[in-house]
Design a protein around this ligand. Structure first.
Ligand SMILES: [Zn+2]
Length: 146
């Protein structure tokens, strides 16, 4: 899942489509690619690879229970507000759900380019730079394991 690094950034659909074509060209006959566009930030999860969430400054673990309540609290309609919140673990700055350090990486965004069964493993630095030049912004990649 290729997502703009900025969770509030809308990317023109032709830019997303160019990235989708790039992905489709690298896939196999079994690959599928598609675009996702939302009105409000959507959560792109790591599926079965979601193990933990940590506070960015102090690296304390946010319990799954606390994280679940925060997700409920922050959700609005079919998306999220990404309202900054102070955590109890330290006196660091308020952070949003998108800024937590997830293992494996997860992110929020208004749009995404999805590639399924690509057989790519992980993207190289050059791949990322190419995708960023197509989408015209920094990207965040969420590997979703189902
Ligand atoms: Zn902390």
């Amino acid at each position: 899942m290729i997502i703009p690094a900025d969770p509030w950034l809308s990317v023109a659909s032709e830019r997303l489509e160019a990235a989708r074509v790039w992905l489709a060209d690298r896939g196999s006959d079994y690959s599928e690619t598609k675009l996702h566009i939302f009105d409000k930030p959507h959560f792109f999860d790591a599926g079965a690879s979601f193990l933990e969430a940590r506070c960015p400054p102090c690296r304390s673990m946010v319990s799954m229970e606390a994280w679940g309540c925060w997700m409920d609290e922050d959700s609005v309609g079919k998306g999220f507000r990404l309202k900054p919140k102070r955590l109890d673990c330290c006196d660091g700055p308020a952070v949003t759900l998108n800024e937590l350090k997830y293992e494996f990486h997860q992110a929020f965004g208004l749009c995404a380019v999805e590639g399924m069964n690509l057989d790519i493993g992980s993207f190289s630095y050059t791949d990322i730079k190419e995708l960023e030049s197509l989408i015209e912004t920094s990207i965040s990649i969420v590997y979703q394991h189902i």
